[in-house]
Design a protein around this ligand. Sequence first.
Ligand code: HEM
Length: 189
Amino acid sequence: MHQKHLWLLLILIILVLLYSFRELHCLRKWRSTHQSLVDRYRKFECGTAENNLFIKYGGIQGIMGAVDVAVSNLIAEPTLANVFSVVGQPTHRSGLELKACLDLQFSSLLGFALPYPSRTFTRGISVNARNMRDSHRNIGLNITTAQFNTFVNILATSLVQAGISQADVNALAPTLTAMSSDIVGGPLN
Ligand code: HEM
């Protein structure tokens, strides 16, 4: 191999190692702050102060079930297909990563004590979830208002289908629709 190529390979290896160390460091830091909380919620050891919708609907397992139903329904919708086609492509989320982010977001929305965005902990993977603007508008998904409305309607129906009461879904709806300014349209930065 040419000496120039060897140098490039060496630099690449160093960059990959630096990135892996940084990720590992972030994960360790996140674990030391949040792991006991995640463990407690996984085991369902919750006090009365945590007697919220997250607990009512079965904790992590219940949320994951609802996310599975919602994602199946959303990817089956033809008018959303052009946007969802990026899932699994290089630089985009895999299906599993997307579900893990949604697990965290809906856990948080229903009262789980970890904030969204933060690090995900479900489905055997841990990724840094992004905020709505950086994961929709700013990566150029160019979602239309019609697509946003379709998405929220399918999501709401799916949550009911997964066992969440219509009243609780209705209470969640304004929080979801308020996200449209970060989701609909082209990049802002
Ligand atoms: C209230 C409405 C919405 C919520 C709560 C929501 C939630 C999320 C979450 C939590 C993520 C993962 C964030 C991350 O990657 O770190 C995500 C990514 C994504 N969402 Fe949404 N979303 C909404 C609307 C939409 C709509 C309307 C579409 C399509 C029509 C859409 C398509 C996608 C796609 C394709 C990704 C993956 C982006 C990538 O590949 O990196 N979302 N969404």
